[in-house]
Design a protein around this ligand. Structure first.
Ligand code: FES
Ligand code: FES
Length: 166
């Protein structure tokens, strides 16, 4: 099955087996930031953006990407908001084993990007809600939430550039 899509801001063509998941194809393409966790849509380790919305790529058919926009953590590497989130997660010791971190980052990016566009600032409740689909066995969530809150406090000063802003 041949697919044409926008992958991390650029046109891409994929050949994928019928029934292949988006996660499987991404990882076959060498985009391995999205992690293989439960593969049942429960842990969020495989979170990517599909047309700007977070999805569990392990339960999304690769065929859904045809004609659509897929953004992975790799594609957000040049985005100032994502870089601030990554730095904050490290500074607040919000990374332990790190397996959940890519998925958490994509979920937090989605929340904060939307808040910046609306001119709002998310509180801890909204941050926890954004992370509700990202299971973490190590951190207890306190430190990742503190990291996101610190970025939220500085949100207005973070420029809107990068893959998702184009
Ligand atoms: S690996 Fe996709 S939700 Fe767990
Ligand atoms: S840091 Fe280990 S699962 Fe979250």
């Amino acid at each position: 099955m041949r697919m044409d899509l926008t992958l991390n801001g650029r046109p891409a063509q994929w050949e994928a087996a019928p029934g292949a998941t988006l996660l499987a194809v991404l990882r076959d393409e060498g985009l391995v930031a999205a992690k293989r966790g439960c593969e049942t849509g429960d842990c969020g380790a495989c979170t990517v953006l599909l047309d700007g919305q977070p999805v569990n790529s392990c339960v999304v058919a690769a065929a859904r990407a045809h004609g659509h926009r897929v953004t992975t953590l790799e594609g957000l590497a040049d985005d100032p908001l994502m870089r601030r989130l990554q730095d904050a997660l490290v500074e607040h010791a919000g990374v332990q084993c790190g397996y959940c971190s890519p998925g958490m980052l994509v979920s937090l990016y989605h929340l904060l990007r939307a808040c910046r566009a609306e001119g709002t600032r998310p509180g801890d409740h909204a941050i926890r809600e954004a992370l509700s689909g990202n299971l973490c066995r190590c951190t207890g969530y306190v430190k990742p939430v503190a990291a996101a809150a610190a970025v939220a406090a500085a949100l207005a000063g973070i420029p809107a550039t990068g893959t998702e802003a184009r």
